[in-house]
Design a protein around this ligand. Structure first.
Ligand SMILES: Cc1ncc(COP(=O)(O)O)c(C=O)c1O
Length: 380
């Protein structure tokens, strides 16, 4: 018997309490009962996004909210800076092109964060730039982006919006939408929300709504004006993902009970424990300078295909993690710190990597990684 464990950067593990909520008999969405669910979801989402503004909900994967964050604000020919330091930064650039915009790509070496000064220079050089698209956490590389610094820069430009992919950041790290002046932040349910895939979120500032009003781009399902109007009446424009939203309410209740500060501190401690464990095993981090707290990307041992670690964890221990993509394929493995997991789950992840390395013929001191992780989690 192998007990299955999932440490992938989405989907993540879902708690049995959430699953039980979602397993309840389906209710119709055009009812008072479901209106209460919508109202509660919106209130809870505003708490986690830390905004008084709108947070829209879509029955789609996270990319749906990303698409909406392009087709609702950019007109054909509009220029937009896209920070490309990984797979998801590339997605922003592709979306801008698809909708007839002109991406101004800032290519960043994978594993490193963008330098905000480069964004400031580009904005200064071209006042026609309408938006800056970036990742708060680039899941393909495990890098945390300098959202706060970039927000300060973009906030000084009346003609440009800051759009943040917070899909693996919201609910993990402190990113207060209103306080930092983030115009659009997108999220996805299969990450820190501890839910199955299928819901996408987007917070939208008043400044961003001004852009939406002037946007002539064709759009239908992802027409944000329509969705805002419906949410104002505690309903959704189209059939919502009813069961997922019921599950979302359950998770939001747990998050409120824990409190954001405690949640962020807990996520940070798991990430720090895992990173410490990996370093104690002699492994190097792919993003040592600005690691994300939602996911850690680790370089495999010198001369070894890191994909073997991913395969061994799955076949011997029933553990799902992620490998590297594109140029990072075979070089890194990625372990998530999101979802229904606790400190001991992080220890399990470190122990599993430790045992895997040993079984794959590497020289490791068994227990060294676990000890280092435990030292972090117990405050030494
Ligand atoms: C940072 C980031 N952006 C965008 C996406 C795309 O989200 P989805 O696969 O839900 O469409 C992901 C998913 O892994 C992600 O981690």
């Amino acid at each position: 018997m192998i007990k299955k464990r999932i440490y992938s950067p989405g989907p993540v593990d879902v708690s049995p309490y959430t699953s039980l909520e979602m397993a309840k008999p389906i209710i119709h969405h055009r009812t008072k009962e479901f209106e209460a669910v919508v109202a509660q979801c919106v209130e809870g989402l505003k708490y986690v996004f830390q905004t008084e503004g709108d947070v829209l909900i879509f029955a789609s994967s996270g990319t749906g909210a990303m698409e909406g964050a392009v087709c609702n604000i950019l007109n054909p020919g509009d220029k937009a800076i896209c920070v490309r330091g990984g797979k998801f930064g590339e997605r922003w650039s592709q979306l801008v092109s698809k909708f007839g915009g002109e991406p101004i790509n800032i290519d960043v070496q994978w594993g490193q964060a963008v330098d905000p000064a480069v964004i400031a220079d580009k904005l200064k050089a071209d006042p026609g730039i309408r938006a800056v698209y970036m990742q708060a956490s680039e899941t393909s590389t495990g890098v945390e982006g300098p959202v706060r610094e970039v927000a300060e820069i973009v906030g000084q430009c009346d003609g440009a919006l800051l759009v943040v992919d917070g899909i693996t950041a919201v609910g993990v790290m402190d990113m207060p939408v209103d306080k930092w002046g983030l115009d659009i932040v997108v999220g996805g349910s299969q990450k820190a929300w501890r839910l199955p895939p299928g819901l996408a979120f987007a917070s939208v500032s008043e400044k961003a709504w001004g852009f939406v009003e002037k946007c002539t781009q064709p759009r239908y399902y992802f027409d944000w004006t329509k969705e805002r109007k419906s949410l104002g009446k505690n309903t959704t424009a189209y059939t919502p993902a009813v069961s997922l939203m019921i599950g979302l309410n359950q998770v939001l209740g747990e998050i409120k009970e824990e409190g954001l500060e405690a949640l962020f501190a807990r996520s940070a401690s798991y990430a720090e424990a895992f990173r410490s464990g990996m370093k104690a095993l002699g492994l190097r981090l792919f993003a040592p300078d600005s690691p994300s707290d939602s996911i850690t990307a680790v370089l495999g041992p010198e001369g070894m295909d890191a994909g073997l670690i991913v395969k061994h964890l799955a076949s011997k221990y029933g553990i799902t993690i992620a490998g590297g993509q594109d140029d990072a394929k075979g070089k890194i493995f990625r372990v998530s710190h999101m979802g229904y997991l606790d400190a001991l789950d992080m220890i399990t992840a470190v122990a599993a990597v430790e045992m895997t390395l040993k079984e794959l013929g590497q020289t490791v001191e068994l227990g060294a990684g676990v000890r280092a992780a435990e030292e972090v989690l117990t405050g030494k």
